[in-house]
Unconditional design. Structure first.
Length: 340
């Protein structure tokens, strides 16, 4: 009686089948889940089950990511190539919106310039003030916790409420700030009602919320992470407080500075809510920032295609600034592991 022979292919199939645990064998979704788990490096049934349930629980978030983030981003790219006013059907016009932004929009370059002027002042002054407050609050003095809370409170104030509050404080006629200035015999500025003073006023309001906010807390955490032994060693070598700050503290908190710098530039360039509430972009376009220009183009004039093009230009600007910062960070950011 002839003995049936086994081919190499049959051995491969049997080997693949035996590689699947008994509880996962079959042709159903369970066996498929096991093979997918093996493909991503999960070699045990327990880990495979955990991975499958992890993906199941992640599905709602993934759906939300696609529907509310990735989908709108992709749609905005498509819409930026069209002429679309919400009411009529989109009309494909290619790169016309981008060309119009650079060559045919009288407010494009002005809004971009005002945004950079705002960021050039707010970012360095804001970071410096936050670092100074963090250094003061890092000292062992009585009532430190109370002062930390008081300095952090302005950042908790909603932007709309802060804008309305400062509108009253900066009122040229009945505002308490101008009342105090007049009592000193000085001329009263127009503040938010003056084209010359509106941008400085918005900058002051922003600094009021930035100095004691999240930047201060992050700097405080970074300062508390500096080993005291380094300061002791520097003091033994004859270094004073200023020398210790420059040569010990700053290098050790340089990753914290870099983190706050990146987020600070992005946040400053995105300024919108404060100007929208306090000045509506005026007077005479003095606080017409780029983000406000995007908003007005979309929801004021219903030029959705053009607004999407502006948004993509703005996104590219933010991306370029971030990449430049990351590239230059290798020259000045010090990490405890010794690598830059």
């Amino acid at each position: 009686m002839d003995t049936p022979t086994r081919s190499a292919g049959d051995s491969d199939v049997r080997g693949a089948a035996s590689a699947v645990p008994v509880g996962f064998r079959g042709t159903g979704s369970t066996a498929l889940a096991w093979r997918l788990a093996r493909a991503i490096g999960l070699g045990t049934p327990g880990r495979a089950r955990e991975a499958v349930w992890g993906y199941i629980f992640a599905v709602p978030w993934l759906i939300g990511l696609v529907v509310f983030v990735v989908g709108p981003i992709a749609a905005s790219m498509v819409v930026s190539l069209t002429k679309y006013d919400v009411i009529s059907q989109p009309e494909f016009i290619g790169l016309t919106n981008y060309v119009t932004a650079f060559t045919g929009d009288d407010l494009f370059w002005g809004s971009l310039q005002r945004t950079f002027e705002y960021a050039v002042v707010v970012v360095p002054v804001g970071l410096s003030g936050s670092l100074l407050l963090a250094i003061v609050l890092n000292q062992k003095i009585v009532g430190t916790s109370i002062f930390r809370t008081l300095y952090f409170l302005p950042s908790l104030t909603p932007v709309v409420a802060a804008g309305i509050l400062w509108q009253w404080l900066f009122d040229p006629q009945v505002g308490p700030i101008n009342f105090l200035i007049a009592s000193l015999g000085l001329p009263k500025p127009g503040w938010l009602a003056s084209p010359a003073w509106a941008l400085p006023a918005v900058i002051l309001i922003s600094l009021w919320g930035v100095w004691g906010g999240n930047n201060m807390i992050i700097f405080l955490a970074g300062l508390q992470g500096v080993p005291a032994e380094l300061h002791d060693a520097a003091a033994v070598d004859g270094a004073g407080r200023w020398s210790q700050f420059i040569h010990v503290t700053l290098p050790m908190i340089s990753p914290t500075i870099f983190f706050n710098l990146v987020l600070g530039i992005i946040g400053a360039l995105k300024v919108f809510a404060l100007a929208y509430v306090a000045t509506q972009g005026g007077p005479a376009y003095a606080t017409w920032f780029f983000a406000l220009h995007i908003y007005r183009s979309a929801f004021g004039y219903f030029q959705m295609g053009y607004a999407c093009a502006l948004a993509w230009i703005f996104a590219c600007i933010l991306l370029v600034f971030t990449l430049v910062q990351v590239r230059l960070a290798n020259r000045w950011v010090y990490y405890a592991g010794g690598q830059k």
